[in-house]
Design a protein around this ligand. Structure first.
Ligand code: GLN
Length: 486
């Protein structure tokens, strides 16, 4: 077995026993990047020299008896998370030259753990998209079929993990951007509870929805990564001061007594691909055979989720993105005679079409006289969606459904049809609106060999239950054992 193919837990064991070194492991990962990145295009920045320095430091720590769960583990970071001294572009031309003077809190934590950061990963511009085709630099391709999209917006993160170009990665999820690409690339992705992980240093898209979370090839690895980044941070007033359990300890438990909710509304969903439907059905039967009890639940307001999201997210984005004006940081158009022309040219040239569309929609929704009709109304329906979940979780412990309505589609297939693209997140958006945790785990393949994901959603701050159910499912199935051929 090649070292880059190791899971995080296997690599940790070998590092700890000093059967391999962090430098060897990092070299193997860098070699894999050199071999297949041309086919996948997952990276915006490859950090070869700093990664090898971090690996050497990890080897010294291990030699001194300090081998933590992520010490010496090569990871990739979505380019929306600030890294000190390393370009952080958000997939946007407007931030092409932005080099943050500080690390995001999650990066500080990973560095303290001794993790090795091999690079920054491609994404839809400002995390707006479902295919990574909205990157201002290049599209990323799906390792399972390079004519297909990897999903988005964390498409670089999911593709890099699937292709063995890092052992795990961080993504961000505002409406599905960790889970949907994880599903399309056959890996595990977790959107933690709103407030579970610090967002200090995460470039804001829609502040009431954004969360940072892990992507990995195994459920246990995702749990280890979340252990590394979760917890209260005084620098982020939305992070919640509640204790963080060790997410790996609940993994060995069985599913006896676990109630899995099946939402009536989801199985009748229009646009649900028959192969996805069949794979998720099969996964639910597997959970039942493992001892889980199935209960029917209802999420009556879920059909408004996409509409609510496409008011709230653009509204918040239009406000968050006002800061890119060519004055404080990022790019500035050089050829303007006056201030207003400079603003206009900087923003017209710096932002791509989808970002401009969202800014226009959001600005309109928030304009005087329209706020109550749009943002106000959407917020009220959002509360109803949250109440649906609260009621459902009185009857069940997790809700199981598809992550994405279809397997990965072809590059270019939906770029001219934003509304169809928006429906890629029909199953994932509700969890962000309600702030609950959700996870995607591989549960099948399409006839064309493209991965399919099962989504599990849980109660606020009950990520443990998601890990427990997903881990048991993973152990009972073989989907995670297949690898893309590159
Ligand atoms: N696809 C959704 C959007 O474009 C979700 C993106 C995300 O979660 N960042 O907004």
């Amino acid at each position: 077995m090649k070292l880059y193919e190791l899971t995080i837990s296997e690599a940790h064991r070998l590092l700890k026993n000093r059967e391999i070194s962090a430098v060897e492991l990092t070299r193997s990962v860098l070699g894999r990047i050199a071999a297949v990145e041309e086919q996948v295009d997952a990276f915006l920045t490859i950090l070869e020299v700093p990664a090898l320095e971090q690996a050497a430091a990890a080897d010294r720590a291990i030699a001194a008896g300090r081998c933590r769960a992520l010490t010496g583990i090569p990871l990739g970071i979505k380019d929306v998370v600030c890294t000190r001294g390393v370009a952080t572009t958000c997939g946007s031309k407007i931030l092409e030259n932005f080099i943050p003077p500080y690390d995001a809190s999650v990066i500080g934590r990973l560095k303290q753990e001794g993790a090795v950061i091999v690079g920054k990963l491609n994404m839809d511009e400002f995390a707006m998209g479902s295919s990574t085709e909205n990157s201002g630099f290049k599209p990323t391709r799906n390792p399972w079929g390079t004519a297909c999209i990897p999903g988005g917006s964390s498409g670089g993160s999911a593709a890099a993990v699937a292709a063995g170009m890092c052992l795990g990665a961080l993504g961000s999820d505002t409406g599905g951007s960790i889970r949907q690409p994880a599903s399309h690339c056959g890996v595990v992705g977790v959107k933690p509870t709103y407030g579970r992980v610090s967002r200090y240093g995460l470039v804001a898209y829609a502040s009431s929805l954004d969360q940072i979370g892990p992507i990995a090839r195994r459920v246990a690895d995702a749990a280890t990564l979340l252990n590394g980044i979760a917890g209260y941070d005084p620098a982020d007033s939305t992070s919640v001061p509640v204790p963080v359990p060790d997410y790996t300890t609940a993994l060995p438990e069985n599913l006896k007594g676990v109630k899995v909710g099946i939402a009536r509304e989801y199985s009748a969903s229009a646009g649900l691909d028959p192969e996805v439907f069949a794979a998720v059905e099969g996964a639910v039967r597997t959970l039942e055979s493992l001892g889980a009890e199935l209960v029917e639940i209802s999420l009556p307001h879920t059909r408004y989720a996409v509409a609510v999201y496409y008011v709230i997210a653009p509204a918040e984005a239009s406000s968050n993105l006002a800061r890119y004006d060519g004055v404080k940081y990022g790019c500035r158009s050089a050829d303007s005679a006056d201030l207003h022309t400079m603003y206009r040219r900087t923003r017209s040239r710096g932002f791509g079409a989808e970002v401009q569309r969202r800014i226009i929609i959001g600005t309109y929704c928030l304009s005087a006289g329209y706020y109550d009709a749009y943002y106000g109304k959407a917020s009220q329906v959002r509360t109803l969606i949250l109440q649906d979940f609260k009621q459902a979780f009185e009857a069940c412990d997790v809700i199981a459904c598809p992550t994405a309505p279809t397997p990965a589609f072809k590059i270019g297939e939906k770029v001219d049809d934003p509304l169809t693209m928006y429906l890629s997140d029909i199953f994932t958006i509700s969890a962000n609106l309600a702030g609950i945790p959700a996870l995607s785990v591989p549960c099948g393949f399409s006839g064309k060999g493209l991965p399919i994901g099962l989504q599990l959603m849980g109660r606020h701050f009950n990520e443990e239950m998601l890990f427990r159910v997903a881990h048991r499912f993973e152990q009972a199935t073989d989907f995670h054992k297949r690898r893309p051929e590159l």
